[in-house]
Design a protein around this ligand. Structure first.
Ligand code: ADP
Ligand code: ZN
Ligand code: ZN
Length: 724
């Protein structure tokens, strides 16, 4: 027999199968990881068996060793589908599917083991004289075996005693796997099924569990979507199947995982980037062995080896974190849809602010639309007020708090109600400019302005992390008229302390959440210690449910409007609505105050009216007029490298190739033209990528890879998150 093997390498020229003999007695099967001799290399290479056949036209070397079974047919097909769909090598897509810690080499994470002591039942214990030894044996006669630490604790036995007993054949020690439990430190109470409201009931009735179908649950914030997910999953489990739930960057929303743990307990596995590799490895194996029946995780959890999937749920489906910007630029929503389709099971998208694309699908019959219009809590949706910051300036208010927000905050603090303040910029000042010559201090390696951080007292580049010393004179013209402009979360924190000295405040942004479980610690502190104000970047907008928050302040609604992206309106609408939705989730009515310099923008107006449908109608017209998704796909190719001239030439070469079959825009420097000393050029194509076009695109890329300058990096991304 011959095995077709993909070598674990991302080199383009190795993106094909190689034939290997299967030696007598080696039980090689599809989906196995094996060691093979390769080229003239001194060490064996890791390979994946992706096909088996009787004969080969080549003279083949032999497989030397089986490492393990990594995937089955279905997952191999998925890897193949991914590599086609996202223009990557098969080895790259396979890496998405293998256990954590094993992707690049064989140094897989060790299972965590502990010593367990067992009684040798056929030994003659009557010969034991020592009281201390007898105590151990008596304990083991009752318990047969016990972890060594437990045994020592309960019998006061020393290591020496245990060793003697082992030497004399009375007991035996083994290493046994213990699962690291990422929620060991949590105390979660149990919850049972709630009686559904009429609206919820109707949604559940409309979902068929036994066939492939796409559903969108469009339910306002706090309308009971999560309870629907829980009950759907309960039904799925009853039929013996399992469930996958994707949530945005899960470490940000411990509250949602807690609800699943409370309802389903041990059969829940959680996968996210906040876990250590060891913890992820354990969770992966809990899923692979079938012990876990529910997987909750951020985007990459879609690759978990779940068996017999019965439903896939994508919560907060509008969230941009489902699309990967890494090596394989996959969209977890598309991968999920593929898995649901192959398994013939339903896929549920849920959101209070659906993405324009998903909503378009729902209105055009490709996805079933189910709606929840009411909040569960009696207080209903929050009031949303828009404040025109130009008026504030005109009346002499130069602070970051409008008069209305200031009064509302004072009021809430005095009533011991909590406040969330949102600002989408971290750091202290967001740029540094010379008033005389207009010079803006930039990171030389990244071509973006540097941000002043007061805690470190340094200028920091948010792209590469490089720092610079604070400066008081302009590096260009040596004028002393250099000023710090713009407001970040650190500055707001200082302002809060100045204007609300009576209030306690906690800040949540990239800078305060670097430690393990950093988000959770801040969230818990805010909730449990009743801190008056939680101040943060978009991290605080997602999924949190605090019943005592009655006031939400959005300090600068415009910051997401000027991001140079065709989705600016969509993102602003989502962010503001989600953020406002954090107010008034308990008994008391909530208020959201939105500060802006563009109060008349239709997207801000729709936020105020809480009218998604109107927003959608307006936005979809714009998209259609300008040939944007969902009508057209946007294909972005970025060419980068340290030699600007080479980058430019390469961009031209790629452009020529694209132009044979498509209508690309001429190559231009990317909006951020340099990151970490790599120059970046961009080619943009708008086209409708049906099956044929996608094949054509794939062919073009293949052709290009053959002539590609290996010094440069070229990425191809369809409908990327980031147009910069
Ligand atoms: P969403 O996911 O739409 O934001 P949740 O499922 O979190 O909404 O529900 C909001 C709140 O209402 C939660 O505290 C939840 O426990 C509660 N809730 C949901 N469904 C019901 C129900 N049928 N009866 C009583 N309370 C409910
Ligand atoms: Zn200057
Ligand atoms: Zn930089």
């Amino acid at each position: 027999m011959i095995a077709e093997v993909i070598v674990n390498s991302t080199a383009n020229e190795l993106d094909k199968t190689f034939d290997y003999n299967i030696p007598e007695g080696l039980n090689v099967e599809l989906g196995m990881r094996v060691l093979v001799p390769f080229a003239n290399r001194k060490v064996f290479e890791v390979g994946y068996v992706v096909g088996l056949k009787e004969t080969s036209e080549f003279r083949c070397k032999s497989i030397v060793k089986i490492v393990d079974q990594i995937f089955d047919d279905e997952r191999l097909n998925l890897a193949q589908w991914i590599s086609k769909k996202y223009f990557c090598n098969l080895a790259e897509s396979i890496r998405l599917l293998v256990p954590p810690g094993t992707s690049t080499n064989l140094n897989r994470v060790k299972e965590k083991t502990e010593k367990v002591v067992h009684l040798n039942l056929d030994a003659d214990f009557s010969k034991i004289k020592s009281e201390k030894q007898k105590k151990v044996i008596d304990f083991l006669i009752d318990n047969i075996s016990a972890p060594k630490v437990v045994l020592k604790e309960l019998t006061d036995a020393s290591d020496a005693i245990i060793k003697t007993l082992e030497k004399n054949g009375y007991i035996r020690l083994t290493d046994e796997i213990v699962f690291r439990n990422p929620f060991a430190c949590k105390d979660i109470s149990c919850s049972s099924k709630l009686k559904l409201t009429e609206e919820q009931e109707k949604v559940i009735k409309n979902i068929a569990l036994n066939k492939f179908e796409k559903y969108l649950i469009h339910g306002v914030t706090g309308s009971g979507k999560t309870e629907i997910y829980l009950q759907l999953i309960e039904d799925v489990l009853k039929s013996g199947k399992s469930a996958v739930v994707l949530v945005p960057e899960i470490s940000l929303t411990p509250q949602i995982t807690d609800r699943f743990l409370a309802r389903f307990g041990k059969i829940v596995a959680i996968l996210h980037s906040g876990l250590s590799v060891g913890e992820r490895y354990d969770e992966w194996h809990k899923i692979n062995s079938g012990e876990a029946k529910i997987v909750i995780g951020a985007r990459s959890a879609i690759f978990a080896p779940i068996k017999n999937v019965g439903i896939i749920i994508i919560d907060e489906e509008h969230d941009s974190s489902y699309k990967s910007d890494n090596l394989v630029k996959y969209d977890a929503k598309e991968v999920a849809e593929r898995i649901a389709y192959v398994n013939n099971v339903p896929i549920i998208f849920g959101s209070a602010t659906p993405s324009i694309n998903t909503y378009y699908n729902a209105l055009n019959g490709n996805t079933k639309l189910l709606t929840l219009e009411k909040r569960i809590s009696k207080s209903g949706l929050p009031n949303i007020e828009i404040i025109d910051m130009r008026d504030e300036l005109a009346t002499g208010n130069k602070t970051v708090f409008s008069r209305k927000l200031y009064r509302a905050m004072k009021d809430a603090i005095s009533k011991k109600e909590q406040i969330m303040l949102f600002l989408n910029r971290r750091g202290y000042s967001t740029f540094i400019m010379c008033r005389d010559c207009g010079h803006v201090v930039k990171c030389e390696e990244c071509d973006v302005s540097m941000t002043y951080h007061s805690e470190e007292n340094k200028l920091i580049c948010h792209y590469c992390g490089k720092t610079k010393e604070v400066m008081n004179v302009c590096p260009m013209c040596t004028s002393k008229n250099i000023r710090y402009f713009g407001t970040g979360t650190q500055k707001i924190e200082a302002e809060i302390k100045k204007y609300f000295p009576e209030a306690s405040v906690i800040r949540m942004d990239v800078d305060t959440t670097r430690v393990k479980n950093g988000h959770e610690k801040i969230i818990n502190k805010f909730r449990d210690e009743k801190i008056d104000i939680l101040l943060g970047t978009q991290m605080i907008a997602k999924g949190h449910d605090f019943s005592n928050v009655t006031l939400v302040g959005i300090l600068a609604a415009d910051s997401s409007m000027n991001i140079g992206d065709y989705r600016a309106n969509e993102k602003t609408y989502q962010l503001l609505t989600q953020m406002a939705g954090r107010a008034g989730r308990g008994e008391k009515k909530g208020t959201a105050i939105v500060q802006t310099y563009m109060p008349d923008e239709f997207c801000i107006q729709c936020v105020k009216k809480q009218d998604f449908t109107e927003f959608y109608k307006n936005e979809i017209n714009v998209r259609e007029k300008l040939n944007y998704p969902p009508f057209y796909d946007i294909i972005v190719s970025v060419i980068s490298g340290s030699d600007e001239e080479k980058v430019k030439n390469e961009a031209m070469a790629l452009y020529q190739l694209f132009a044979e079959n498509f209508t690309p825009y001429s190559p231009v420097p990317a909006p951020i033209s340099k990151i970490s000393n790599e120059y970046r050029w961009r080619i943009l194509i708008k086209d409708n990528l049906g099956d044929e076009k996608i094949e054509l695109l794939r062919e073009t890329i293949k052709k290009y890879r053959k002539i590609q300058n290996a010094e440069l990096k070229v990425t191809i991304d369809v409908n990327p998150n980031n147009m910069l």
